[in-house]
Design a protein around this ligand. Structure first.
Ligand SMILES: Cc1cc2nc3c(=O)[nH]c(=O)nc-3n(C[C@H](O)[C@H](O)[C@H](O)COP(=O)(O)OP(=O)(O)OC[C@H]3O[C@@H](n4cnc5c(N)ncnc54)[C@H](O)[C@@H]3O)c2cc1C
Length: 106
């Protein structure tokens, strides 16, 4: 194996994002993604519900909620910039019962 400056373990959305950021910010360094599968992005990142979360479930004013809002805008901006048209802005309907259960539709 060739020598590399930075090794990112795991080629899911998180590893891919970290590697991309390193490559953008430190083009002088080499970045290698080490993935256990033959392909990247085939685990949770490829098998989720595909929702860009609004942050509504994360607790008002929490860091997670703030990051959802920021991340959602960044993801939409990225898709538009790169002409990725396979996303839809559907919004989400949440109905909460007085007993505490809730149903969601995207
Ligand atoms: C059913 C389900 C639905 C979800 N729905 C949504 C949703 O609608 N919206 C949303 O934002 N999030 C959703 N999530 C969460 C989201 O999918 C995860 O938070 C996200 O994919 C995690 O990304 P990751 O890169 O950390 O993990 P992964 O995509 O699992 O990537 C980790 C990678 O690391 C590799 N790996 C692990 N150990 C090693 C090792 N030792 N050496 C080399 N490689 C290794 C794995 O093979 C894998 O490819 C959902 C999750 C699930 C399970």
């Amino acid at each position: 194996m060739e020598k590399t400056d930075i090794a990112v373990i795991g080629g899911g959305i998180v590893g891919g994002s970290v590697a991309r950021q390193f490559a953008l910010e430190r083009p002088d360094l080499s970045v290698l993604i080490v993935e256990a599968n033959d392909e990247v992005g085939v685990e949770a990142s490829a098998n989720n519900a595909g929702a860009l979360h609004s942050g509504i479930h994360e607790g008002h004013g929490s860091l997670r909620s703030e990051l959802c809002v920021e991340g959602q805008s960044a993801a939409v901006e990225y898709c538009e910039e790169h002409e990725i048209n396979s996303f839809r802005k559907t919004g989400m309907l949440i109905i909460k019962s007085a007993m505490g259960s809730s149903e969601e539709w995207a």
